[in-house]
Design a protein around this ligand. Structure first.
Ligand code: NI
Length: 176
């Protein structure tokens, strides 16, 4: 339907806590359609509704096999509404993240290696998955957006945060 402007870090809308979706209706469909168009136009791996200025608990993500990221397993296209994350253990893994709201930058972020997530698809059908690796990482990154958190806030050592071109060769980039 439309490629929307992605808000950048510093915009107060990105710091707000998003509210749950109450109705699975045509308004939600239109939002998801705009999110799809925006994520694909910018070649992102995920997008949260607050990034286009809509304070609802909706995220989308997808990673197709990509020669740029040979070590990252593909993630099926998923619309996740009102997500709930449940840790399964406390094992963490560090990985280099980027974000469409923090263009050109990368940071080393610890995330839970494995987790269970629940929520609903665009029609209100329940989703319940246990995932690991990049799939677990992208869900944690997107759900952070719903709670007003951007990945630089998760970087433990700011020496591991910088511009992608300057960091080239020092990191294994993950999809945005
Ligand atoms: Ni992001």
């Amino acid at each position: 339907m439309a490629i929307r402007l992605v808000l950048k870090m510093g915009d107060p809308l990105l710091r707000q806590v998003a509210v749950p979706v109450a109705r699975f209706d045509s308004e939600l469909e239109a939002l998801i359609s705009d999110m799809d168009d925006t994520m694909r136009a910018l070649a992102g791996a995920g997008l949260a509704a607050p990034q286009i200025g809509v304070g609802l608990r909706v995220v989308i993500f997808e990673l197709q096999t990509n020669p740029r990221y040979p070590d990252v397993a593909p993630v099926p296209y998923t619309v996740l509404v009102n997500p709930v994350l449940t840790p399964l253990d406390d094992a963490e893994e560090e990985g280099w993240e980027g974000c469409l709201s923090v263009p050109g930058m990368r940071g080393l972020v610890p995330r839970l290696r494995r987790l269970r997530y629940q929520g609903f698809d665009r029609h209100g059908v329940p989703i319940d998955r246990t995932v690991e690796g990049f799939h677990a990482r992208v869900v944690q990154h997107e759900v952070d957006h719903l709670n007003g958190i951007l990945f630089p806030q998760r970087v433990r050592d700011l020496r591991n945060f910088g511009f992608e071109d300057a960091l080239a060769g020092q990191m294994t980039p993950m999809p945005d």
